[in-house]
Each structure stands twice: as structure tokens, then as C-alpha cells.
Design a protein. Structure first.
Length: 93
């Protein structure tokens, strides 16, 4: 999980970003550039992550949201394709 004694500079930077995100009053939707950066990093991580119990904050929720959006897009594409097929069949008659 989280190693509190990690000596990596990147780890320390990420911990600082996450600490900011937990206490920021403006947040990404309000225009906070640090929070927007955190959100972008979390999304990049979530798109690539395959762990079932990922310790990265919000990873599972972001992955689920991406999954829902993909399903929505597929349903819209299927409806569009179906309408196009119906249009072509009606024109062919």
C-alpha cells in the first residue's frame, strides 16, 4: 500500500499533491490548477491500471466511470448504426 518512508522524489511530490487535493477548497471544478493536475494524473493511472484492489485514490471509481462511458458510447453507436441500416433498407425498396 502506501510506504510512508519512501525516499523517491516522485513519491514525495505525489504525496504532496494528494495532501493538497484532500484539503483544497477550490477543487478542480472551481479552477484549481494543482487539483486539475492531480485529476489528470489519476485518470492517466486509472486508464492503465489493472489491479483489483488498487491503493491509488479514486482509481476504482474512475475506472468504473470510464467503463460506463464506454458502454454508453457503444450503445449510442449501435443505435446510430441501426438507424443508418433502416434508412438504407427503406431507400432500397
Amino acid at each position: 500500500l502506501v510506504n510512508l518512508k519512501c525516499a523517491s522524489a516522485n513519491c514525495a511530490k505525489m504525496k504532496g499533491l494528494l495532501k493538497h487535493g484532500s484539503s483544497c477548497k477550490v477543487k478542480a471544478n472551481g479552477g484549481c490548477h494543482v487539483c486539475k493536475r492531480i485529476w489528470a494524473l489519476l485518470q492517466i493511472h486509472a486508464r492503465q491500471c489493472k489491479e483489483d484492489n488498487c491503493p491509488v485514490p479514486n482509481c476504482m471509481a474512475i475506472r468504473e466511470r470510464f467503463r460506463q462511458l464506454t458502454l454508453q458510447q457503444q450503445a449510442m453507436d449501435d443505435r446510430r448504426r441501426q438507424m443508418m441500416n433502416q434508412t438504407y433498407h427503406q431507400q432500397a425498396r
